[in-house]
Design a protein around this ligand. Structure first.
Ligand SMILES: Nc1ncnc2c1ncn2[C@@H]1O[C@H](COP(=O)(O)OP(=O)(O)O)[C@@H](O)[C@H]1O
Ligand SMILES: [Mg+2]
Length: 512
């Protein structure tokens, strides 16, 4: 051994080495007195070497280090074994705290007895603070992602799902455990085309999807139950230092598209009813124009009939008179119907209203091969209200019945009846058909505004809603039931008009 070189580790060199250490170091004897301290130690705790050496930490620093510091030294003296790195927190001179990683090593004399304990510590406070900030920002991030209303789905470079938040669970119907590890192309698509299945298709889709990172686009998603839903994706790539992640922020567009479709449907309905109202106004104008020439035809045909009848009966002229009279009846029923006029309240016979509605629909009934049963329509049941509005109710019910029977096989029968109820305070009008009827669960909903089962353009879903409005305004009620033949049976109940008052009105009319 080279004596000269081994002696090179002289005290000044050792001193210098100790001072170079990146942590604090001290050596204490059995009585807890400092024997050696390095420069870092003195700087860290703000003391000079001559104040420290030969004294205990309590003497120098008071209770700064607490009782545990000396207790750990005693442990090492007793066991003769080193203490591996442990974490310890001391108050800072500036009122904060310092976190240290420390280790203790026994120093033995030549007999193997422990004479001193060396303590080495590293200040990990900045590290700790960083860790804490990282933890906090991670907590914040996961709270935001977890409680977000939007779906967050993260995939690794291979497209395997590595994060799936609870909004995604709800929208896609997979639990997080089920979703993790799946290729992202299994839940998100990049094309609007029909969904291809199979491992290859999924792999291709996954690749195509990841290539669109940085984009925001609308596409389709596949739920766990196989349902395809419209979605909007904003895809970002997150480059980490050793790998890349892709996060898709996904919004379910189903509700939005439903709302849009509903809006579009309502707009179409508005166009349709606008068109009907224009046509209605035109038709009313035409009817009005027809009325005068028709009355000329009727009166002259009657005169002709009377003149000719003197010689011999003329059946042909009679046919002209009846046809012309029928035309006039249709025209005036139509005008009655279309005239919005003042909302006058009148007393009128319910039968009159039924006949006026049938006048207007006679040709449809004929065309559709519908037999009419009005055996139980009786005259003399008087109600009070607006006859135009109430005949609109009957008209709607009749048109709905005809429409319902259009699909089904013959025989088709429309049965209209009216009667006084048992207690005599209400009249009941029924319209029954031999159509498919109305499912019990729909019998209330059909009265909702815009409820229709007819294709767009054919129905507005307003007819029955308007009927209910009108009947309610008259103090009555309307309901749907099943007819004895299995079709629909609509029942309108109206309070019977005051008979006494009716009698009086009759009397004054006769007197005048
Ligand atoms: N007589 C009937 N038989 C079967 N279903 C009917 C009948 N009348 C009405 N309905 C149902 O009620 C719905 C609403 O009727 P309505 O309010 O008149 O609107 P619309 O006739 O425009 O559809 C219809 O679409 C149809 O499904
Ligand atoms: Mg209708």
């Amino acid at each position: 051994m080279d004596e000269e070189h081994s002696l090179n580790l002289s005290v000044p060199i050792l001193r210098a080495l100790l001072d170079l250490l990146p942590g604090t170091l001290h050596v204490k004897d059995r009585a807890h007195r400092y024997c050696i301290v390095n420069r870092n130690y003195l700087e860290r705790w703000g003391a000079r070497a001559d104040e420290v050496i030969g004294r205990t930490s309590v003497e120098v620093f008071g209770d700064l280090f607490g009782v545990d510091a000396d207790r750990r030294n005693d442990e090492v003296f007793a066991s003769g074994k080193a203490l591996p790195f442990y974490e310890v927190t001391y108050p800072d001179t500036r009122g904060g705290s310092i976190v240290l990683w420390a280790t203790k090593v026994p120093i033995h004399d030549e007999n193997g007895a422990v004479t001193h304990v060396l303590t080495f510590s590293l200040d990990v406070t900045p590290l700790k603070r960083m860790q804490q900030q990282l933890d906090e920002s991670e907590q914040l991030r996961s709270a935001i992602v977890e409680h977000s209303l939007e779906c967050f789905i993260t995939a690794d470079e291979d497209g395997r799902i590595v994060a799936f938040n609870s909004a995604a669970e709800q929208v896609f119907g997979y639990s997080r455990a089920e979703a993790l590890g799946k290729p992202i192309g299994e839940v998100l698509h990049t094309t609007e085309r029909r969904r291809a299945t199979g491992r290859n298709a999924v792999r291709q889709r996954t690749r195509a999807l990841l290539e669109r990172s940085g984009e925001r686009f609308e596409t389709l998603g596949a739920r766990a139950d196989g349902k395809i839903i419209p979605i909007e994706i904003s895809l970002v790539e997150i480059p980490l230092h050793d790998r890349r992640l892709f996060t898709a922020c996904v919004r379910d567009l189903s509700e939005q598209q439903r709302a849009q479709a509903e809006l579009e449907r309502q707009r179409q309905e508005l166009y349709q009813s606008e068109r009907l109202s224009v046509l209605g106004t035109l038709a009313a104008g035409i009817s009005h124009e027809l009325r005068n020439p028709l009355s000329v035809v009727v009166s002259h045909a009657k005169l002709l009939e009377a003149e000719l009848a003197a010689d011999r009966p003329q059946p042909r002229v009679g046919a002209i008179v009846r046809a012309a009279e029928r035309c006039a009846a249709i025209v005036s029923a139509f005008l009655d119907q279309s005239r919005s006029g003042p909302r006058r309240v009148e007393q009128f016979d319910l039968a009159q209203i039924i006949h006026s509605a049938l006048d207007l629909t006679a040709h449809v009934l004929r065309e559709q091969n519908v037999a009419l049963n009005i055996d139980h329509v009786q005259t003399g049941l008087t109600v009070q209200g607006n006859p135009h509005q109430l005949s609109q109710v009957v008209l709607n019910l009749v048109l709905n019945a005809i429409a319902a029977m259009q699909e089904g096989a013959s025989p088709r029968e429309l049965a209209i009846a009216n009667q006084l109820n048992e207690s005599g305070d209400a009249v009941e009008l029924t319209v029954g058909d031999t159509g498919p009827g109305i499912a019990p669960e729909l019998r209330e909903r059909i009265f909702d505004r815009f409820f229709t089962t007819k294709p767009a353009g054919a129905g507005t879903g307003l007819g029955l809603a308007i009927c209910r409005d009108i009947v309610s305004a008259h103090g009555g009620s309307i309901s749907a039931d099943q007819s004895p033949q299995g079709g629909a049976l609509f029942r309108v109940r109206l309070p019977v008009s005051d008979r006494k008052q009716q009698a009086e009105t009759g009397a004054t009319m006769n007197a005048s």
